[in-house]
Design a protein around this ligand. Sequence first.
Ligand SMILES: Nc1ncnc2c1ncn2[C@@H]1O[C@H](COP(=O)(O)OP(=O)(O)OP(=O)(O)O)[C@@H](O)[C@H]1O
Ligand SMILES: [Mg+2]
Length: 294
Amino acid sequence: MRDQASALRQIVDNLKKQRTREPGQGARVLCVTSGKGGVGKTSISVNLGISLAKKGLRVLLVDADFGLSNIDVMLGVSPPYDLSYVLRGQKRIRDVLAEGPGGVMFVSGGSGMNELLNMSEIQLAAIIDNLLLLEDTADVIIFDTGAGVNPLIMRMVRASAETVIVTTPEPTAIMDAYALVKSITKYSPECELRLIINRAESVSEAEMTLQKFMSVVRLYQKVEIDRLGYVLNDPAVSRGVRIQQPFVLSYPRSAATRNIEAIAWNLLDRKPESPENGLQAFLAKVFKKNDDMR
Ligand SMILES: Nc1ncnc2c1ncn2[C@@H]1O[C@H](COP(=O)(O)OP(=O)(O)OP(=O)(O)O)[C@@H](O)[C@H]1O
Ligand SMILES: [Mg+2]
């Protein structure tokens, strides 16, 4: 037991110390999450990823909605292996990297990932080592998570330097998004939060929802949430899902595509402020011992 624990500690220490690049130079890690399910996280992750790839960035999408993985369905590509093979030690991370349309790379989550938190230190150490290979593969790594209720998702959200919160203007989605923001600011005040309103009926509804949410968070949580943008309710989104072709590719002139483009430019405009970014810092925090992280 002692050997196992010290093996992990050593790897985590190395993650912190032995940076192969300067702080802030590693892959930019974004977690896309929401309070309520079904608000558009996967649609936004996939299309934003493709939009960034079109601008010349190397983008890796990680389907981290373990158990309900569907990035591959939206991309219309079904790779033979997923992350669970890496976790079981049957494949290397490079074997599960797949190429999606529009120049994005992606990794499917697969089921059983929640067992990650119960893994032995040695298993975790091997996985971290393996996942770190991804740092040099991408400029931006987007983790598409499930809704923020499960402990592993909360860990990922709290570990990432930048978290993108997606909500629709519906009061139920807004309440859940607010509860999530509250929890993140309580446990990870250093996490940079960015906001996207999805499925707004009009630009004015989108603007009003953005403003209201931001001011409530400012007033009661004393933090600034960055306004990343909005995506209008647009039939191109669900049509794209149905034909398994992301809308930025199948409907390049749609309103939703214009909205995603604007979000992509906004994202490129922002520089993560925390020196603790990059995949190394992310993994070190995700795999921190349970008692260090509520
Ligand atoms: N802007 C939009 N306009 C129209 N329809 C949309 C829009 N965004 C999402 N949808 C519809 O909502 C459905 C659910 O979206 P999506 O799967 O991206 O949500 P999710 O938040 O990832 O869900 P889950 O919590 O289950 O992972 C999509 O299949 C699509 O049909
Ligand atoms: Mg999803």
